[in-house]
Write a protein that binds this ligand. Structure first.
Ligand code: HEM
Length: 547
């Protein structure tokens, strides 16, 4: 090797060392720059939130209202009780807060909660047609899409009024009266299948699945024009009845992580399944009405004509397509959201009320006997024809249903209402307009000043004090946003309980009240413990077969 070659190698080595040194320095500088940028971002982010937190408990219009400072500072307070480490339990914490701070409490940075049974109408059904908007934070409502399109999810007072108006005729008392034949047909199917099971010695039924099959077949036939056929399915279509309570469990999460949750409900369920199986199950089911809707729209465009209401073969889509709503309100997506609301609203709360009321009657044989004696007056045989009007006129039966509604709390939640134009005045407190104000249905129904021994099923309380119902029963909500399906729900509850209880002698089967009956979590709907298998019942005797 010559001297020149050697010098070349040394120079190259020195150069590469210098280069790598330079590279290292550059990387270090970059890292430092990145580190500094992150530090700056973090500091700005922290400073921003510090200012927000301080504002919320000092200058914010709700800062003067009673309540824990932490709840006023941040939504994480609610998160702790509703999402993690506790689950679905903020409502009971709110009850505690009322004991400490009085009847009006600021329970999070934007919500005022009142616990006063004598201040219901001022929030929900004010005099003088005052407007009541929904609260988008609580409902995870979006600008468009599934979480904005159904009547329940419509936040603006006027738009809600328009959308509800397009449905209300469908659920009026007169329309539901025409529906009694359809409801009775489905109950006939149910009774036949139960009688078969009893004959075959297969006598333990899961009433949660069985009744959900009934209510869902009714609402799907009526609103979509398609019988889902759950009453004939081996498992009573339990995949459906199990989906609706799940929808509720998404809500407390959704309030805290709205965008993530709304995205989970809107993208392809097979992708969502691996990170959020609950949302995937709900999103999959939510698309079910699509096919039927498309067929209806095609038919509507072709025929144009309307169908006679009296023939009982109108569907909710016909009702909306024929309504005066503007064309964008008649899109497939919006109709689908409305249809899914009706399927869920028509299935879950009615099922819970029917099964829980049945439980309380079976657990109290003297009350059951009193009811059966009263029913005998108009149903001398289990197969005597009967109408809802005749059943509703039975005072004790009505009281049993009302007490069931009070104790079931199928919808247990706090229900925020926003008065956009006027302050709401509660005692000495002026709640600024635009503030979500609310009471919790469960807390109202469990108030022991109004309902002594609230955990006792006591239908007599409604007979002793007939004004209780109009003043304090909130199971269906109140005012312009109260449940649209009241008449249908009542018809189903009266007819089903009367016909099932007169037809069969039933016994409870391994039912544990704390596990299967009492509300243990509030997710909008009042849910029972995770380990509940449903409310199981034994068919002891088929009274019709014995005649
Ligand atoms: C015993 C059974 C039922 C109970 C306890 C119940 C309870 C409720 C409650 C508490 C609300 C909310 C009201 C509010 O925000 O103020 C509601 C809304 C609603 N329910 Fe029911 N419901 C029952 C059955 C039904 C049935 C059978 C249907 C029929 C499809 C139905 C359809 C609806 C609809 C469409 C809404 C939204 C109303 C609106 O925002 O204007 N519900 N229900």
């Amino acid at each position: 090797m010559g001297a020149q070659d050697f010098t070349g190698i040394v120079r190259r080595a020195v150069d590469s060392e210098r280069l790598s040194g330079l590279f290292e320095k550059a990387m270090n500088d970059k890292w430092l720059t990145l580190q500094n940028s992150l530090l700056v971002c973090f500091s700005l982010y922290s400073a921003y939130w510090l200012v927000v937190y301080i504002y919320r408990v000092t200058l914010h219009p709700l800062a003067k209202f009673p309540g824990p400072v932490l709840a006023g500072v941040s939504f994480w307070y609610e998160f702790y009780y509703d999402v993690w480490p506790r689950r679905y339990g903020y409502m009971w914490k709110i009850e505690e807060l009322h004991k400490k701070y009085g009847p009006i409490v600021r329970i999070n940075p934007i919500h005022i909660h009142i616990n006063d049974p004598n201040f219901i109408d001022q929030i929900y059904a004010p005099a003088g047609r005052e407007k009541r908007n929904g609260d988008p934070w609580f409902s995870m409502a979006t600008e468009s899409g599934m979480m904005a399109w159904s009547t329940l999810q419509t936040m603006d007072h006027h738009q809600h009024h328009l959308r509800r108006g397009a449905l209300s005729r469908f659920f009026s008392k007169a329309s539901v009266r025409q529906l009694e034949g359809l409801i009775s047909d489905k109950i006939d199917r149910l009774l036949q299948r139960l009688a078969q099971m009893h004959r075959a010695g297969d006598s333990v039924i899961n009433s949660t699945h069985v009744i959900a099959a009934l209510t869902m077949d009714i609402i799907s036939s009526y609103s979509l024009g398609v019988d889902m056929g759950n009453l004939t399915r081996e498992e009573w279509g339990r995949d459906w009845s199990e989906t609706f309570p799940r929808l509720g469990t998404i809500r407390p999460w959704g309030r805290q992580f709205k965008n993530l949750t709304v995205m989970s409900l809107s993208i392809e369920p097979s992708i969502v399944r691996w990170f959020n199986p609950t949302a995937a199950a709900v999103a999959e089911k939510a698309k079910y009405p699509m096919e039927v809707i498309r067929a209806h729209i095609d038919k509507h465009e072709k025929d144009g004509a309307t169908t006679n209401m009296a023939t009982n073969n109108r569907t909710i889509f016909m009702e909306i397509l024929d309504s005066s709503l503007p064309p964008h309100e008649k899109s497939v997506g919006r109709l689908n959201a409305e249809a899914f609301l009706l399927l869920g609203g028509g299935t879950d709360p009615t099922t819970r009320n029917l099964t829980v009321t049945m439980y309380h009657l079976l657990a109290n044989p003297k009350l059951l006997q009193r009811l059966l004696d009263e029913l005998k007056l108009i149903m001398p045989r289990p197969d005597s024809p009967v109408t809802v009007a005749a059943l509703e006129a039975l005072p004790f039966f009505s009281a049993c249903i009302t007490e069931g509604l009070r104790m079931t709390n199928a919808v247990s939640t706090r229900m925020p209402r926003v008065s956009p134009d006027k302050a709401i005045v509660y005692k000495d407190w002026v709640i600024p307009k635009g503030t979500p104000v609310m009471q919790s249905l469960y807390l109202l129904h469990m108030n022991d000043d109004i309902f002594p021994e609230p955990m006792r099923y006591n239908p007599q309380r409604w007979l002793d004090n007939p004004s209780l119902k109009s003043r304090y029963l909130m199971a269906f909500g109140r005012g312009s946003r109260q449940c649209l399906g009241i008449n249908l729900a009542n018809a189903e509850m009266f007819l089903t309980l009367a016909r099932v209880l007169t037809r069969f002698d039933l016994g409870l089967y391994d039912v544990i009240r704390e596990r299967d009956i009492d509300v243990s979590g509030d997710c909008f709907n009042g849910i029972v413990r995770d380990d509940s298998p449903g409310i199981r019942v034994k068919l002891l005797r088929d009274n019709l077969a014995e005649i």
